[in-house]
Design a protein around this ligand. Structure first.
Ligand SMILES: NC(=O)c1ccc[n+]([C@@H]2O[C@H](COP(=O)([O-])OP(=O)(O)OC[C@H]3O[C@@H](n4cnc5c(N)ncnc54)[C@H](OP(=O)(O)O)[C@@H]3O)[C@@H](O)[C@H]2O)c1
Length: 372
């Protein structure tokens, strides 16, 4: 009797919680909105920006508009943006997938200006900012960067731009945080070690090849036929064409597998690791949603679980966007150890074309949008 009563009450509570969840979800969905309908206050300065008010394809939703120019507070730096480089998640913000909506707004995107990796010139500073002055050339990461001006917190991800780069190249550098931290902090890559980089020709991979070389490692890059020369030119000691050869079938053994694709099984990858080696689970293939994206994601998550019981480590990696490491990347760039593999630039009016290319998942190196 008692068990029956407990079951009855459990069922009632579960139904109530479900109903409550449904109501909360419904209200959250319908109250999710953005500032698209809000008029610019009279007297406010205006600027050009790319906006998307609804989710959809780049051609349908990205519009070049006039919006209100931001004004920096005491702790902020006003940057005149000169270039924005697209990165992996930029396309994912537009499409309106379920995970995308949970992150960026349920019914409509909350932040209506996309783009994040920027470079530009300091236009003005708040009264508490001491590290930067008007005229400084800077680069960094700030949501809503596809605009003529952005305000960045003085403690935010902003650093002086490497002197030897164009604005478009400098905007491409923040992606290298993924390469730097994955190799330095997670893999703890040492000089003389052998590293294989799966996905060596994309934004993160092209930097990873150069950073691994800068650390003194012996580098093997995996890419398709059309990118072999690019990856070699970045310093890779060996290249493997994935359209012709399976990198998990060779005789070579690696200290580190830096995996930006996760398209091979756990056993296949463990086979090519030296005893005690490490696989950094850093990505799920090229940008955009493709038929293999979910299986790559599954490959990433299951490998991390399965390696708990073995000698070789498979470690999930998440980037930490911070000012200090932007400085490390600036120094590596100025010393000539790394250089952005920028292969294509677009004017602001062709932003949708840049997104379409990114979403193919087969971008060569980095691409950037110039803001004039
Ligand atoms: N963990 C983190 O914090 C973090 C942060 C940012 C990005 N990521 C991950 O890093 C990965 C790479 O990002 P990205 O910005 O470099 O992307 P991306 O620029 O879009 O990468 C495109 C490259 O991926 C290559 N590629 C596609 N399929 C491949 C395959 N089966 N084997 C080898 N290469 C393949 C393409 O080469 P081909 O044209 O030759 O196929 C292309 O050059 C993404 O999966 C992303 O999830 C992780």
């Amino acid at each position: 009797m008692k068990v029956k009563r407990i079951l009855k009450w459990t069922a009632r509570v579960a139904i109530l919680l479900l109903l409550l969840g449904f109501v909360i979800g419904f209200v959250a969905y319908w109250t999710s909105t953005n500032d698209c309908g809000r008029p610019i206050p009279a007297g406010a300065e205006r600027m050009k920006a790319i906006r998307y008010c609804e989710y959809g394809s780049p051609d349908d939703v990205l519009k070049l508009e006039q919006i209100e120019k931001p004004v920096p507070n005491d702790n902020q730096i006003l940057v005149r943006v000169r270039a924005v480089s697209l990165r992996f998640y930029d396309g994912g913000m537009l499409g309106g997938s379920v995970p995308g909506r949970l992150l960026f707004g349920l019914r409509k995107p909350k932040n209506t200006t996309p783009g994040s990796d920027f470079s530009g010139t300091v236009e003005a500073i708040g009264k508490d900012v001491t590290e930067f002055k008007p005229g400084d050339e800077v680069f960094g990461v700030r949501a809503g960067a596809l605009a003529e001006y952005i305000c960045v917190r003085r403690n935010g991800a902003i650093a002086l731009k490497p002197a030897n780069t164009s604005f478009e190249q400098a905007a491409s550098i923040p992606t290298a945080l993924v390469s730097l931290q994955g190799l330095r902090d997670t893999a703890r890559l040492q000089a003389g070690q052998k590293v294989l980089i799966n996905g060596a020709s994309g934004g993160v991979g092209t930097f990873a090849v150069q950073i691994a070389k800068a650390f003194g490692a012996e580098v093997t890059g995996v890419c398709s036929t059309k990118n072999l020369d690019l990856v070699r030119s970045l310093g890779a000691d060996h290249v493997i064409d994935y359209t012709k050869e399976d990198f998990t079938k060779g005789e070579e053994r690696y200290d580190v597998l830096y995996d930006l694709v996760n398209n091979r099984s756990f056993a296949e990858r463990r086979r090519i690791l030296k005893p005690g080696g490490i696989c950094v689970l850093a990505g799920i293939g090229g940008s955009g949603m493709h038929k293999e994206t979910f299986s790559n994601l599954a490959g990433e998550l299951t490998a991390s679980l399965r390696s708990k019981f073995g000698n070789e480590k498979f470690v999930l990696f998440g980037v930490d966007i911070n000012k200090k490491d932007l400085g490390v990347l600036r120094d590596l760039t100025e010393s000539g150890k790394i250089a952005p593999a920028l292969t294509k630039t677009y004017p602001l009016t062709e932003t949708a074309a840049a997104y379409n290319y990114l979403e193919t998942g087969h971008v060569q190196g980095k691409i950037a949008i110039t803001i004039e």
